[in-house]
Each structure stands twice: as C-alpha cells, then as structure tokens.
Design a binder for this molecule. Structure first.
Ligand SMILES: Nc1ncnc2c1ncn2[C@@H]1O[C@H](COP(=O)(O)OP(=O)(O)OP(=O)(O)O)[C@@H](O)[C@H]1O
Ligand SMILES: [Mg+2]
Length: 309
C-alpha cells in the first residue's frame, strides 16, 4: 500500500496482533515505515517491541492483521523477506566456538553468499567497525560489549535493504555507542531503512526520524522526536528538589503547569528563563535546575513512572 506521500512503505502493519495464549503481546497496531528512514519503537519492558520486530523478520507468526515488507506479505513470503533483511536480535546468539571472522563468514551462508564474496565482505565489515584486533578471537573470550557490536556487524553481511536493530547499544560504553550511532547514520545516508528499538531516549532522539511509543501491546503515541517534545512538554523543564510543603498550591495559583514525581517537581515551560523568576520566588528554598525538555520527559509523561514486568 502507498503512504500519504505516494511512496510504497518499507514496512506496513494494519491491525497487527500477536497473542501468546491469553496474553495479547501486540494489540491491533498500525504503522507505516517509509523507505530510508530510521524508525523507532520505544516503550517500557514488556510493551511488545521485540514481538513486533520479530513478526517483521518472520521469527514469530502473526496472530491477526496484515504485515508487509516492501510490498510482500510477511506470512506468505518469509524467505524472500529474510533475504533482504539484516537483524540484530535483543539476545546475543553468536556461535561461541567460532572466531569473529568465522562467525561472519558462516552467517553469510544462510544468505547463499558465495565463499569468496563472504570472506571479502567479512574483512570489509571488520575494517568498517575497527574490529581488526579481534578478528581471530573466539566469541567466548570477547567482552559483552564486543559481542553486542559483532551482532550488529553480522546483521550487515548481506548488505540489507532493511536493518532491524533490537536494543543494539544496550550494555555498550559511550564510545562504542557513538560509533554505532555514526554507522547507523551512514547506513541511512546510503539508503538503508532502519528499525530501532531502544530504552535510551537520547539515542532515539539522536537517530530516529519518526518513532512510536508502545505500552501494553498498543501504540500510544507517534511522531518525530522534536514534535513529540514540543507537543507534550514544551521547550524547557524546571526541576525542583528539596522544596517546602505548600509550594505546589502556589504553583497552581500562579498558573504554572507542573507535575510531581516522588520528591521532585517538574515545571514544563515554553520559555524556562521567563518562568524562572516566579518559580524561584515561590520555591525559594529548593534546588532549582533549568534544562531543555527531552524525549525522556515525554516518555515518562505518557507511560507513567511505575515499573513494568
Ligand atoms: N515466547 C513468548 N511466550 C509467551 N509470552 C511472551 C513470549 N515472548 C514475549 N512474551 C510476552 O509478550 C509481552 C511483550 O514482550 P516483548 O518481548 O515483545 O516486550 P519488549 O517491549 O520487547 O520488552 P523489553 O523492553 O523488556 O525487551 C511480554 O509480556 C512478554 O512476557
Ligand atoms: Mg524487547
């Protein structure tokens, strides 16, 4: 089906549903991913992100609804679809007995890539991700972060048209995370469509063109990161700690929009500098911080602060 702009979607879901027995893991969701964009799935633990991406890469069957990848129906053409996909799963599933290099070469066989092409592609990827020093190390001897990086590298052996990254940077140090962000942006520049799930709001803001926020199997909001921040929060947030009792009433009386979570107050403002004098006057004994609104503010506002799962 075509998007509003008349482009064929890279991935399109209509009323997509997944049930595990009585549990509805994904509940009638609709989305369309435009070719060449980085599209994010955010949501608390158990929201249904992994289940959704697993349906896209045909690892779990859909229960109801429709799902297409580049126009192909996923349940009818899983092999065709898998051939153009790269997948970095949430769980590390590398072959522990093989080296870094051999993991890449062996994985290429699943795509029917001939062995000389597989070897040169493995070398190319090892170079691209600066893994030369680790080329011949066995997986069991690698650090957790390195295994995670290799999982992303492995997803690229078949030069995928659509790359699915399920929490690709969980457990990575800041340097490795930034390296991965650069590579993902580079892939987008070369026309690859990328699906990303993440719990790092900074990552989603830095990378995603558009995203959906899921909770309990449903999509509760969608949009570009900046658009969501301005819709739900505004430009600035003033955080107040160690305030005296009664300040909330004064804020309400002064017409300031605020929320309280545990022992902190958050004031959402279009221009924090302008609101700061009146806030300081009311909460004169508190610790006051003015900062830019972030996607994390939106996430917490929409999904609440209680723990899941
Ligand atoms: N194979 C399975 N059998 C039964 N229930 C499952 C199975 N896989 C996932 N679930 C359940 O489906 C729901 C959604 O899980 P899913 O892994 O998709 O969440 P998620 O958003 O990826 O969470 P996280 O952020 O923790 O990775 C959860 O309640 C989970 O327990
Ligand atoms: Mg998951």
């Amino acid at each position: 089906m075509l998007s509003n702009a008349g482009i064929e979607y890279a991935v399109e879901a209509r009323q997509l549903t997944k049930r595990y027995g009585d549990l509805v893991a994904v509940n009638c969701i609709d989305f369309g991913i435009v070719p060449g964009e980085i599209f994010g799935f955010l949501g608390p633990n158990g929201a249904g992100k992994t289940t959704t991406v697993k349906m896209i890469y045909a690892a779990v069957p859909i229960t109801a609804g429709t799902l297409t990848v580049f126009g192909w129906d996923v349940p009818s053409c899983p092999r065709k679809i898998k051939s153009i996909l790269g997948v970095c799963p949430q769980e590390i599933n590398l072959d522990p007995d093989f080296s870094v290099y051999k993991n890449l070469v062996v994985y290429s066989r699943y795509f029917g890539i001939d062995s000389s092409r597989a070897r040169s592609r493995a070398e190319e990827l090892i170079d691209f991700f600066q893994l030369g020093e680790k080329r011949d190390q066995k997986i069991e001897n690698l650090s957790g972060g390195l295994k995670k990086r290799l999982l992303i590298v492995r997803a690229l052996v078949n030069d995928p048209k659509l790359l699915i990254l399920d929490e690709p940077t969980t457990g990575l140090d800041p340097q490795a995370r930034h390296q991965i962000w650069d590579k993902i942006r580079e892939l987008r520049r070369s026309g690859t469509t990328v699906i990303l799930t993440t719990h790092y709001m900074e990552e989603a803001s830095a990378l995603c063109d558009r995203l959906v926020i899921m909770d309990e199997g449903r999509i509760i909001e969608r949009g570009a990161p900046a658009e969501l921040i301005s819709r739900y929060i505004g430009r600035d947030v003033i955080e107040i700690e160690d305030f005296d009792d009664g300040v909330e009433e004064h804020f309400a009386a002064a017409g300031l929009k605020y929320e309280r979570y545990s022992d902190k107050l958050y004031i959402y403002a279009e221009c924090g500098r302008e609101s700061l004098p009146s806030v300081t006057k009311i909460a004169d004994t508190g610790n006051i911080i003015l900062r830019q609104a972030t996607l994390e503010d939106v996430f917490l506002k929409l999904t609440g602060r209680q723990l899941r799962e």
